[in-house]
Ligand binder design. Structure first.
Ligand code: NDP
Length: 455
């Protein structure tokens, strides 16, 4: 065999798996056909967060007046922002390549497809490997409506030559709500069209309600309970028909309607790697596919589609296969953030999930953060704890508000350790912060889940 391990896909998960395996002494090859660092580094988390920060600067300039500053905000230069972002992303691309090189992995800038369970075609070259890891991630998916190709998808947003003045964003998942905040903050008229009554299906109800209020307060125009029907060209602009024949004339329609695992045209069927109806590679607890020597990690398996989770899986797999340390990554208490404006941080069970299992004590706090008492900006913070009534274990911690992702990362440690509400209560707060609210919630807001438990 040419390699002990061959990794298909140079995204966050694949790169970590390759580097760690190489460190354990394995001979490792990695193929990437598009860009090193994958979605997160190139057309996802990293550039997205830079754009979120660009939007925040504009609002801070407005806020400053309440603190005595006279700041005259000029127009925003989209081209300059994109150029600065590109420079940073190129730097990170280079780092990813160098990390692999430095770890002794052989790099292939090519597409890899299966010939048999131990043989790949890598850019026309036949390569054999003892074990193969599929880490190809996912790609944005357009809904099946007429004119869908006239819309942009998240990959395109990072390279738009000009900032749209009026944009319709379809969907209300992570990507839709994050970009609604970005484009509005940078000066566009933003319409968010989504088929649920509230954005972010699957998130805690209080977070969803709080986010809808926050988006509206920011100036995003919400169109709940509406599905997209068709998109037509009107000169350089677009007409979106939605929600039973309503129309919207915009510069750009952005379809943020989910992502699909990247498993097409890889020859998976030839080698007997089973995929589910969404094209996701099916794996077991050891990340093994239906073919013994082929494994899969990260978004291509469509479970928890978050970069740090893919990295953790890549690391655990390398340790298991080559480091004499078989281990797996827990799917529980994986903290997540939505970089909406303001952002969301969340870990553990939603109130609805917890209440379905038994009675829970729910603590909710909503307040105007200190800064905005002077800035005058209509921006609220919401914090919430969901506590198992019987054991007093904190099952979920949720926050919508400035710095929520930074703060919830710390809370995630407490939840992973099994902290109780009593542990939170005996922790002394840091004053004056928003964070101290999480350790000073003394009065229960409500009890949920009793009826279910009594069944
Ligand atoms: P999501 O799955 O989060 O959301 C998809 C959205 O599109 C939902 O609102 C869904 O509506 C809607 N939708 C799907 N199909 C249709 C349709 N045919 N017509 C109308 N609406 C439709 O996908 P995203 O693309 O936003 O993000 C993909 C994943 O990437 C996320 O789930 C997350 O795991 C990851 N991600 C993480 C980020 C972070 O960590 N901050 C940031 C961005 C992405 P409905 O709810 O009704 O199904």
């Amino acid at each position: 065999m040419d390699f002990d391990l061959f990794v298909i896909g140079g995204g966050s998960g694949g790169v970590r798996c390759a580097r760690i395996a190489s460190g354990h002494g394995a001979r490792v090859g990695v193929a990437e056909e598009r860009f090193w660092g994958g979605t997160c580094v190139n057309v996802g988390c990293v550039p997205k967060k830079l754009l979120v920060q660009a939007g925040e600067y504009g609002a801070w300039a407005d806020d400053a007046a309440g603190f005595g500053w006279s700041i005259k905000k000029g127009p925003h230069d989209w081209g300059k922002l994109i150029a600065a972002k590109d420079k940073e992303i190129n730097r990170l691309n280079g780092i990813y390549r160098r990390l692999l090189d430095g770890a002794g992995c052989k790099i292939f800038d090519a597409r890899a497809t299966f010939i048999d369970a131990h043989t790949l075609d890598v850019g026309g070259q036949r390569i054999t490997a003892e074990k193969i890891v599929i880490a190809t991630g996912g790609h944005p998916e357009r809904p099946n409506i007429p004119g869908a190709d006239l819309a942009i998808i998240s990959d395109d947003t990072f390279y738009l030559p000009v900032m749209p003045k009026k944009i319709a964003i379809v969907g209300s998942g992570f990507i839709a709500v994050e970009f609604a905040g970005i484009f509005q903050a940078l000066g566009a008229e933003v319409h968010l069209i989504y088929r649920q009554p509230l954005p972010l299906r699957g998130f805690d109800q209080d977070l969803r309600e709080g986010l809808a209020e926050a988006l509206a307060a920011q100036g995003v125009i919400l169109h709940p309970s509406c599905s997209p029907e068709k998109i037509e060209a009107a000169g350089a602009g677009r007409v979106l028909t939605y929600g039973g024949g309503q129309t919207l004339d915009v510069d750009t329609v952005f379809l943020a309607t989910g992502r699909r695992p990247m498993t097409e045209k890889m020859g998976l069927e030839k080698v007997g790697v089973a995929v589910d109806k969404n094209g996701a590679v099916i794996i077991d607890a050891k990340l093994q596919t239906s073919q013994a020597d082929i494994y899969a990690i990260g978004d291509v398996t469509n479970r928890i589609n978050l970069t740090p989770f893919a990295i953790a899986e890549g690391h655990a797999l390398a340790d298991s296969l080559f480091g004499k340390n078989p281990r797996s990554v827990s799917l529980e208490n994986v903290a997540a953030a939505v970089f909406s404006t303001p952002p969301i941080g969340t870990v553990g069970l939603t109130e609805e999930e917890a209440a379905a299992k038994g009675p829970v004590d729910v603590y909710v706090a909503k307040f105007t953060p200190m800064r905005h008492t002077l800035s005058g900006r209509a921006r609220k913070t919401m914090m919430k704890l969901v506590v198992d009534q019987a054991t007093q274990k904190v099952l979920g911690a949720h926050m919508l508000g400035e710095d929520a992702p930074e703060l919830v990362q710390g809370l995630a440690i407490a939840l992973v350790m099994g902290a109780t509400k009593g542990d939170f209560d005996r922790t002394i707060g840091i004053h004056p912060t928003a964070a101290e609210e999480f350790v000073t919630m003394r009065t229960r807001t409500r009890v949920a889940g009793v009826a279910k438990a009594a069944e």
